[in-house]
Design a protein around this ligand. Structure first.
Ligand code: FAD
Length: 437
């Protein structure tokens, strides 16, 4: 019984490994020249950058975290998170609610008084239950934290009005601090939020790709790269998967590729399902990689909610995660700009994007043009699932169709869920446990 795994990102590779380990015959079909998907890294001029945006290894899920750390054993650097939000020229501790003391006094007062007033109103039942993401933010944090950080940052990363986003996904994804912690933070007693990420791991060598390489090692002979799936058919009980030049046959398939690519390769998809799939919203990503001479501030990464500071939503400092990702005497900076497919950012040239980011870095006092020794730009068409208000209705139609067609969906853009690496690996482990041999 041969299983074809569509897509060779983290999910596809982990599936292949676990199925192979239990004796199944597998083949992984990957469109790109190099497997790894969003977890690929590139080394140039002595700098290693993650090309799907800055990645770190962390999880609440102990089994998955142990698996990831075992994979990079002997090649791991553990780090304490030191993340800030750049707010009115200040570096405010992350999460924002734990950093209120770092705010200018008026803003601190605005945030804490609105937080408390809102809490009382909610307790008294005066605030209706939230029905969209924007309402959830105000209901949970009050108007102050919402206006100063939560709304501007979320609109910058999602490129979507928060009023038009669903709220079904926020629990567990967005830190929700105890009331005491917010009050302590406002009066200057240090508190930590999002604690399962307070310590994180990163490969010493090879960037995040070292993790997927370690996972893929036992199944490398079964990975076909440069195989972009364009056609999937079932005939006589067998699947035929084609790339326009060649057809691979398999008894079963598991898809980890974006649902948009999967449905495009299938014939006879009902119009209603196609329309639901087309309506699913996602963001693309531009990564601008910068190498600088000298050091950078001792931060892990920075969130930049202020639209006046340009298009960059997050800046990371990978040379703080691993001392091996930049040449001696140099540091690495990775700027992320999310955007909607086909929008103005998608049409910016690499040179324009580098100028955009170096302008932001200079305005923030993080790097000057004279210190920059290396730049490159990488684009990812599929980066973030956006949970718009009709998401659940649309994804349900797509999933129902795929289930009926006998195509299991595993992975970030296949399940079309905001899954981090740990979420993908959890899906893989759970899937393999119930997948008949
Ligand atoms: C900016 C950013 C930062 C992130 N940071 C973190 C982090 O710090 N920690 C964390 O845990 N997670 C992080 N993640 C999430 C993590 O990247 C994903 O959870 C994970 O990489 C998803 O793996 P996947 O295999 O499901 O999908 P993908 O990596 O998207 O893999 C899908 C694969 O399918 C291939 N494919 C697509 N179409 C076809 C086709 N037609 N034929 C054949 N192959 C095809 C693609 O080339 C790709 O290799 C981050 C994501 C982003 C965007």
């Amino acid at each position: 019984m041969k299983t074809a795994i569509l897509g060779g990102g983290l999910s596809g590779l982990a599936l292949a490994r676990l199925l192979h380990e239990r004796g199944d015959e597998v083949v992984v079909l990957e469109a790109e020249e190099q497997y790894g998907g969003l977890c690929r890294s590139r080394t140039e001029n002595g700098f290693t950058f993650d090309i799907g945006g800055s990645h770190i290894i962390f999880s609440r899920d102990k089994e998955v975290l142990m698996f990831m750390r075992r994979m990079i054993e002997g090649n791991e650097q553990q780090n304490d998170r030191n993340t800030k939000i750049f707010y009115k020229g200040r570096f405010v501790k992350y999460p924002f609610e734990n950093g209120l003391f770092d705010l200018p006094a008026e803003d601190r007062f605005f945030c804490i008084s609105e937080f408390v007033k809102n809490l009382i109103a909610v307790e008294k039942g005066e605030v209706p239950a939230p029905e969209n993401f924007h309402e959830w933010i105000c209901y949970t944090f009050g108007k102050g934290i919402a206006e100063c950080y939560m709304v501007p940052y979320n609109e910058k990363i999602w490129k979507y009005p928060t009023e038009q986003m669903s709220l079904h996904w926020v629990d567990g994804r967005i830190p929700r601090p105890p009331v005491d912690d917010v009050i302590k933070a406002a009066v200057g007693i240090p508190t930590e939020g999002y604690t399962h990420q307070a310590v994180f791991s990163y490969p010493l060598d090879g960037g995040i790709e070292a993790l997927v390489r370690a996972i893929a090692k036992p199944v490398e002979p079964f990975i076909r790269t440069n195989f972009r799936i364009t056609e999937i058919r079932k005939s006589g009980g067998q699947w035929q998967i084609g790339n326009g030049a060649e057809t691979i046959k398999a008894d079963r398939i598991i898809s980890t590729i974006p649902v948009q690519h999967l449905l495009a390769a299938l014939s006879d998809v009902p119009e209603e399902v196609k329309a639901a799939c087309d309506a699913l919203t996602y963001n693309s990503l531009v990564c601008v990689n910068i190498g600088v001479k000298g050091s950078v501030p001792n931060y892990s990464w920075l969130y930049i909610p202020d639209p006046a500071l340009g298009k960059t939503n997050r800046i990371s400092f990978p040379s703080q995660y691993s001392r091996h990702v930049a040449p001696q005497g140099h540091s690495a900076i990775l700027a992320e700009i999310t955007h909607q497919p086909g929008d103005a950012v998608a049409h910016m040239s690499d040179a324009e994007l580098v100028r955009e980011v170096t302008g932001t870095l200079a305005a923030m006092g993080l790097a000057t043009p004279e210190n920059i020794t290396y730049t490159s730009v990488v684009r990812q068409p599929y980066a973030y699932v956006v949970y718009d208000i009709r998401y659940q209705e649309n994804i349900a139609k797509v999933r129902e169709y795929c289930t009926a067609a006998g195509i299991p969906l595993v992975g970030r853009f296949s399940q079309f869920e905001y899954l981090n690496m740990d979420g993908c690996l959890r899906s893989v482990l759970d899937f393999v446990r119930q997948y008949p041999a």
